[in-house]
Ligand binder design. Structure first.
Ligand code: GDD
Length: 318
């Protein structure tokens, strides 16, 4: 099998590559990167994968890359994925996320083969969810609250449209929050863990900066998520949408308390106005029954363990 991972140098992409190398060593793994991509997430596996320079926003570049790889599977993970950046750079977020995906679809359409494509949608597509709509099913109305959420709705609907128009094999996943060691430092759980470790090492005074602690998020370990993405292509139906989540939500305040329970230092909590958003999604709690029924997937790593692993990661590298 020829497996193409866009965003292979990123957080989820690097775990997906590791997963294939470990469990399916006969597969050929390809990944796209830009000339300025940072390689630290894949330094340990880069000799075992095939890296191709490609700018996904450039149709010509994507077309050449797809003709060269002729992939059986494409996991399309490359994206501008940080919600606050989408307010600072809405045009870039929408262009990067939507145009890149159109270029991939058009390039695959041209080679006219059997390629199956997973597109990484997000629970941010649901945006504002009413109390009586919880836990969120795939059929819930989409009320995105950020340019990022809108970009993911567009990707998702383009997946539907290319499936309907051209019968392309496209599976639409909507992952809820996922994390683990190597998670980018801007995301809340990784950011709080990093701040705690900086305080432990004396690099920061014992004050942790926080934003909105009232929001609730449904977390899954990234190592369970990449297994789910593979199952989505193996067993999922083309054109369909699948929520991927644990079915349990934590208040961000609880995430903070759990992290703080693993340090001996007394740390003060301080609100930082810059960390609040123009509109924040108040609660994301998913219903994963459709995906579980189709694939038999279950999450295996509990969230407390994941948080401990993230702390251990920062303690090791800082
Ligand atoms: N980043 C950040 N930093 N968020 C904070 C902070 C802080 O200091 N303090 C509180 N929060 C709150 C945010 O306001 C939000 O309600 C919640 O913590 C989670 O924020 P993020 O970790 O930035 O993730 P996200 O939920 O906005 O988006 C992530 O999950 C999506 C799936 O639901 C990203 O990974 C997206 O790419 C992904 O699609």
């Amino acid at each position: 099998m020829r497996v193409l991972i866009t965003g292979i140098t990123g957080f989820v992409g690097s775990y997906l590559a590791e997963y294939f190398l470990e469990n399916y060593p006969k597969n050929k793994i390809y990944g796209t990167l830009r000339w300025r991509s940072r390689l630290e997430n894949i330094e340990h596996i880069k000799r075992k994968i095939n890296l191709i320079e490609c700018d996904l926003k450039d149709a010509n570049s994507v077309s050449k890359m797809i003709e060269e790889v002729v992939p059986d599977y494409i996991f399309h993970l490359a994206a501008q994925s940080f919600v606050p950046t989408s307010w600072h750079a809405p045009t870039d977020t929408l262009t990067t996320n939507i145009v890149s995906q159109i270029n991939i679809f058009e390039a695959v359409k041209k080679i006219d083969n059997h390629t199956k494509i997973q597109i990484a949608g997000s629970s941010e597509e649901y945006g504002l969810v009413l109390e009586n709509e919880l836990p969120i099913k795939e059929t819930n109305p989409l009320r995105p609250l950020s340019p990022y959420g809108v970009s993911k709705v567009a990707q998702d609907l383009l997946g539907y449209q290319y499936f309907m128009s051209y019968k392309m094999s496209i599976v639409r996943t909507r992952a809820f929050n996922h994390t683990g060691p190597r998670r980018g430092e801007v995301f809340v759980e990784s950011n709080f863990a990093r701040q705690i470790v900086e305080i432990e090492k004396g690099y920061q005074e014992p004050i942790i900066k926080v934003g909105n602690l009232e929001a609730k998020r449904d977390y899954t370990d990234v190592r369970d998520i990449v297994r789910a993405y593979h199952l989505a292509l193996e067993k999922g139906e083309s054109g369909e949408i699948y929520n991927i989540c644990s079915g349990k939500a934590y208040k961000i305040n609880e995430v903070l308390e759990l992290l703080l329970s693993h340090t001996k230092i007394k740390i003060k909590i301080q609100e930082d106005p810059d960390r609040f958003r123009p509109s924040d999604v108040p609660v994301l709690l998913g219903d994963n029954s459709k995906f579980k029924k189709k694939t038999k997937w279950t999450a295996t790593i509990n969230f407390e363990q994941t948080l401990k692993d993230i702390l251990a990661y920062w303690r090791k590298i800082l």
